[in-house]
Design a protein around this ligand. Structure first.
Ligand code: FAD
Length: 291
């Protein structure tokens, strides 16, 4: 396919971009790093009549703390997330996930807005956003609305975003001093690999080994990322020890309902969901002991 035949518009401000989107009848498509959209087009999935290149919208590239929330611009690349002292300190599991997206080239080009906008159930940043209670800010010429991440995703490639809207902010709740997070992923190979299963987990601990509560989200085991609420209920007021981790692993095996597809069978995914969560919780236990 000849990519150069497609028109590209490069708006210079968010307002100009929203004006272009307002005329959109679903045939224009925003593009950030292009690492997903262009590959999909070449595979024959979607060919817009016009690309809207958002890379000049520098005002959408920020990472900052505003009162009790961390605000991330959709144009932040995976590399910027990895290097951000704020994200390292207060949302460490995003760093772990971003480090495992593709390889260095993809991390330099690919953005958090693109990862969310693709709405793949295997998107590596998405489970971390679930456990950090993220909210997605969508803007259009009509104004802004903010929706919880769990209401944003409707199915593979499907979101609650309207054709005249774009993501202008991703808001997360920073981890407190007693919170620790992990991200684990299984891909068909070490890098440049879409997840077969991934999991993010954040635990709130007390001074001893007691877990006060936490959140767990699995990717690639359903049409959207899912929260493992039965597993989560076992975290509250439990001691973070080997027995607890074994029990939660068993529950994860029962709770996820994956399908078989080209990348893995349902049974393998289920086994790996259990194994990844256990591996992550053991890692968290060790990190907590070493603090
Ligand atoms: C070799 C290779 C390896 C990969 N490995 C991984 C991996 O390990 N893990 C993983 O999660 N992904 C992986 N990907 C997919 C992709 O690189 C990431 O999802 C990346 O974060 C996408 O960001 P982007 O800026 O390139 O998105 P783009 O391709 O520019 O856009 C993707 C989608 O998001 C929409 N979008 C972009 N910005 C906005 C916005 N502001 N508002 C609304 N919609 C928007 C676009 O319209 C498009 O539908 C891989 C891709 C390749 C080619």
């Amino acid at each position: 396919m000849n990519v150069s035949e497609i028109d590209v518009i490069t708006p210079k401000s968010v307002l100009e971009c929203l004006e272009i989107l307002a005329k959109n009848r679903g045939e224009y498509r925003l593009i950030a790093g292009g690492t997903d959209a262009v590959v999909r087009m070449k595979d024959g999935h979607f060919r817009p009549s016009v690309w809207i290149n958002s890379k000049d919208l520098h005002s959408l590239s920020f990472i900052k703390q505003v009162e009790n929330e961390i605000q991330i611009g959709p144009l932040c690349t995976h590399t910027e997330l990895i290097r951000s002292p704020l994200i390292r300190e207060k949302a460490d599991l995003i760093v772990e996930a971003a480090r495992q997206v593709g390889a260095t080239q993809i991390q330099n080009m690919g953005t958090i807005g693109g990862n969310v906008g693709t709405a793949s159930p295997a998107g590596d940043l998405i489970p971390t956003l679930y456990v950090l209670s993220a909210r997605i800010e969508l803007s259009s010429l009509n104004g802004k609305r903010v929706i919880p991440v769990e209401e944003f995703f409707l199915g593979p490639g499907k979101t609650d975003m309207k054709p005249n809207e774009m993501i202008t902010k991703i808001i997360i709740t920073p981890q407190t001093e007693n919170e620790l997070g992990i991200f684990e992923k299984l891909g068909p190979r070490k890098s440049q690999a879409i997840s077969i299963v991934n999991v993010a987990c954040s635990l709130q601990m007390d001074a001893n080994r007691k877990c006060l509560g936490g959140k767990i989200a699995f990717g690639s085991v359903g049409p959207t990322v899912i929260r493992a609420r039965k597993c989560e209920s076992m975290l509250t007021l439990a001691n973070l020890d080997e027995e607890m981790i074994e029990n939660i692993g068993e529950m994860a095996w029962k709770e996820v309902m994956p399908i078989s597809d080209i990348r893995a069978s349902a049974g393998y995914r289920r086994d790996m969901a259990k194994a990844l969560l256990k591996r992550g919780l053991f890692r968290l236990m060790k990190r907590w002991e070493e603090r």
